[in-house]
Design a protein around this ligand. Structure first.
Ligand code: NAP
Length: 459
């Protein structure tokens, strides 16, 4: 049996690795999800085969409760709430790891030193990720204030608290029978998770969630050492490293450093600079927009968070079809942090079956804007703001952007002059060549389509 379980674990680990690889491209992402699910199912079956199960009732009860909660969440949660949902998953995963560690500690406190160290790392990371993820979820769902909550000597207090927790952990390793220390250790980890996240602004939450994902993975990896389960070590390490890589990608795409995300209190700018300057802009109707688009030979569509809010992806597909039928070359420009999670736009456009080869990454498309007749921005804002290139005083200065302002003409669909996620005004809207198309993305694109009747069929 042990041999069979080993084979199951090897296949399962291979499926996890392939899953991450396949999820790198929209073309293979579904296969990636399926591989990950199959790998997880095999891991569970292998683990149940490997251990004597004392009480199947508990296993089935947990399975039923998990399924009963998980399936409705998958259907109820809108795409725009994916970051919150992800934070909730991390909170549950981390709590599970921390509780397993706690149970192991009380079951057998007198363990070899390396197991005790792994157990304490597991519980420390597990508990702090649990409360940290709940805070992140609360901020994104706006049940907690999005602005950074700061106070005097915050960093000193936070580091001091962590140092005390680590000190107690060292004491537990030296004298494991001092079990009364454990609840204090766990309590400090829970408090540290809260204190770590409250000074971070809502705008940085997606990056923080990805970092918390990494902590939850490392906690699971440490749990693998505690339970002597190699698959858990592999899966936890994959989770930990991929979360870290994703956070680094997001930081680079926003030109921010980790220190700046964790200690920069970035979201404050939403409060201080949210006031929009009164400058004249030019606006146009759906009819005018339709005729400009029909006259163009090349159009680049720039989707952003507003597209997700409006759920306009299917209408955009219709617009893509209508323009392509008229011989217009249409491409989509994807900024790495457009929307609220990396890949947010790719997922939405894939849902509407927009061909993958029409989706261009920022670095590949930026040189094309200068030759493009119309750049059509749909619900994107910060990722098109030329201030990131030109204005040293701007909070987003240095963030790589899509060079939309270099197109021959620009049209922007959004509902108002309100700023985007970073809370700052966008210079793009005030350019001579820019036309504002005020309205909800889905309704405005529908109105444009009404002005573009399908060519009459030949008799
Ligand atoms: P954005 O700057 O947040 O702007 C979205 C725009 O969509 C808003 O200006 C809003 O204007 C408009 N909008 C909202 N609902 C709409 C609707 N129903 N119809 C039409 N327009 C609508 O979005 P973005 O350009 O995609 O930039 C993403 C931002 O998130 C960046 O600041 C990025 O740094 C940040 N971020 C992203 C990630 C990530 O991984 N993707 C991670 C961390 C942070 P109105 O209200 O006027 O309509």
């Amino acid at each position: 049996m042990a041999q069979l379980v080993n084979y199951i674990y090897i296949v399962s680990a291979a499926l996890f690795i392939l899953s991450l690889k396949w999820m790198n491209s929209p073309a293979t992402a579904r296969r990636g999800v399926f591989a990950g699910e199959t790998g997880m199912l095999m891991a569970i079956v292998g683990t149940l085969l490997a251990h004597e199960v004392f009480n199947w009732h508990w296993v089935f009860a947990a399975f039923l409760i998990g399924t009963a909660v998980g399936i409705p969440i998958a259907y109820i949660m809108p795409m725009t709430a994916v970051p919150q949902r992800t934070a909730m998953s991390h909170a549950c995963g981390a709590l599970a790891a921390a509780l397993v560690g706690t149970a192991e500690f009380y079951r057998e406190p007198d363990q070899p030193v390396y197991v005790l160290v792994a157990l304490l790392v597991e519980t420390l990371l597990g508990y702090l990720t649990f409360t940290g993820s709940l805070m992140a979820m609360g901020k994104l769902q706006e049940v907690l204030p999005q602005r950074p909550i700061t106070y005097r000597n915050q960093n000193v207090i936070n580091v001091g608290l962590l140092a005390v927790a680590v000190g107690l952990g060292v004491r537990l390793v030296a004298v494991p029978t001092d079990t009364w220390i454990f609840p204090i250790f766990a309590g400090l980890a829970l408090i540290f998770g809260v204190l770590l996240i409250i000074p971070i602004g809502g705008a940085d939450m997606p990056t923080v969630i990805s970092l918390l994902n990494s902590y939850a993975g490392l906690s699971a990896c440490a749990m693998g050492f505690v339970l002597d389960n190699k698959l858990l070590v592999i899966a936890g390490a994959l989770d930990g490293s991929s979360g870290l890589i994703l956070s680094i990608i997001m930081c680079k795409a926003m030109n921010r450093s980790f220190t700046n995300v964790l200690f920069g209190a970035f979201g404050q700018i939403q409060v201080t600079e949210g006031v929009v300057e009164q400058r004249p802009v030019r606006s146009a109707s759906a009819e005018e927009a339709a005729s400009i688009l029909e006259a163009a030979s090349s159009v680049i569509i720039i989707p952003g968070y507003g597209l997700a809010v409006a759920q306009a992806q299917h209408k955009i597909r219709e617009l893509f079809d209508a323009l392509t039928r008229r011989g217009v070359d249409v491409k989509f420009a994807i900024h790495p942090v457009a929307g609220r999670m990396p890949g947010h736009m790719n997922v939405l456009l894939a849902e509407a079956d927009i061909p993958y080869d029409k989706l261009w990454e920022m670095d590949a498309i930026n040189s094309e804007f200068a030759q493009c007749d119309v750049a059509l921005v749909i619900g994107a804002n910060d990722v098109t703001n030329p201030a990131a290139r030109n204005n040293k005083a701007s909070p987003i200065y240095g963030m790589p952007i899509l060079d939309v302002d270099k197109a021959r003409s620009v049209m922007v669909i959004k509902r108002s002059m309100r700023p985007g996620f970073a809370g700052i005004d966008n210079d793009l809207y005030y350019l001579e060549k820019t036309l504002m198309l005020f309205g909800d993305a889905k309704s405005f694109v529908s109105d444009i389509l009404k002005e573009m009747p399908a060519p009459a069929a030949k008799a």
